[in-house]
Design a protein around this ligand. Structure first.
Ligand code: KIV
Length: 260
């Protein structure tokens, strides 16, 4: 087990784990100072590329962004999402995970659970590839958004899914949009770390999409807290730039590269 994964696991029941997404080096450089985990998420499909779901992000896309993010990461654990269709069976998953790691030098990959792909996690872990699972609302496999774990039988199913992911060898699991009581029960039931998104404070850590907390994406569901309004900051700057050009106040002599 790598040092970074080991120290992450030591945080369970002691320190909360801080995670955010990044798709490029400038953001990653800032995140690296404060985050335990930086995720190159396939949420880039909606957030960056304006696609209607995460299904069309491919291996090349995730690797390109992974290379950019990786260039700015020193201390955080860098996790990269395996895109939909790149881990349909064990040998395909092994080949693609190895390629992601070789090209990006990331620390781990994340795969969404479909309640059946535990063997794939086992295969990756057997090949020394650290894996994060992802349960609850899994956008690669579920069309309709809903909060999971409300009913007893659903809660039991999610707890069992988390245990099977742990047994398969994953070091952590993202819990997406799971009820507080079920997230709490899952977190108590496993020794690996649980990272919540829309799943209450009963998880070992939290993850959000960086563009959402910065007020860039325009996506603000209840589980997102907005810490800045970059949309309005950027708009003000662009408006000023536009005015400066139209009034010929930029460039001025201080911006000239040569005296005349
Ligand atoms: O793709 C992503 O950004 C994610 C997080 C929302 C957990 O999977």
């Amino acid at each position: 087990m790598s040092k970074k994964v080991k120290s992450l696991l030591l945080k369970k029941n002691k320190n909360k784990i801080v995670s955010l997404t990044a798709y490029s080096k400038n953001i990653a450089k800032i995140l690296d100072k404060y985050c335990d985990i930086v995720l190159v998420g396939d949420s880039m499909a909606n957030v960056l590329y304006g696609m209607k779901n995460t299904h069309t992000i491919n291996l090349d896309n995730i690797i390109q962004h992974g290379i950019s993010v990786s260039s700015a990461i020193n201390k955080s654990l860098l996790v990269i999402d395996m895109p939909k269709g790149t881990y349909n069976n064990s040998s395909q998953a092994r080949k693609n995970a190895k390629l992601i790691i070789k090209k990006t030098k990331c620390d781990a990959v994340k795969i969404e659970s479909n309640n059946k792909n535990y063997q794939i996690i086992k295969e990756l872990v057997k090949n020394n590839i650290p894996v994060m699972g992802h349960i609850g609302f899994t956008p690669q496999f579920k069309k309709k958004f809903r909060v999971e774990g409300k009913k007893n039988n659903e809660a039991k199913k999610l707890i069992n899914e988390a245990k099977l992911i742990e047994q398969a060898g994953a070091f952590g699991i993202v819990l997406e949009c799971i009820t507080p009581s079920t997230a709490k029960a899952i977190t108590k039931s496993v020794k690996i770390v649980t990272i919540g998104i829309g799943s209450s404070s009963y998880c070992d850590g939290q993850i959000l999409v960086t563009d959402d907390i910065l007020g860039l994406s325009g996506f603000y569901p209840k589980f997102v807290k907005r810490y800045a309004n970059l949309n309005s900051i950027i708009e003000k700057a662009v408006k000023k730039y536009s005015k400066d050009i139209k009034t010929n106040t930029f460039p001025n002599k201080t911006n000239f590269l040569y005296g005349r």
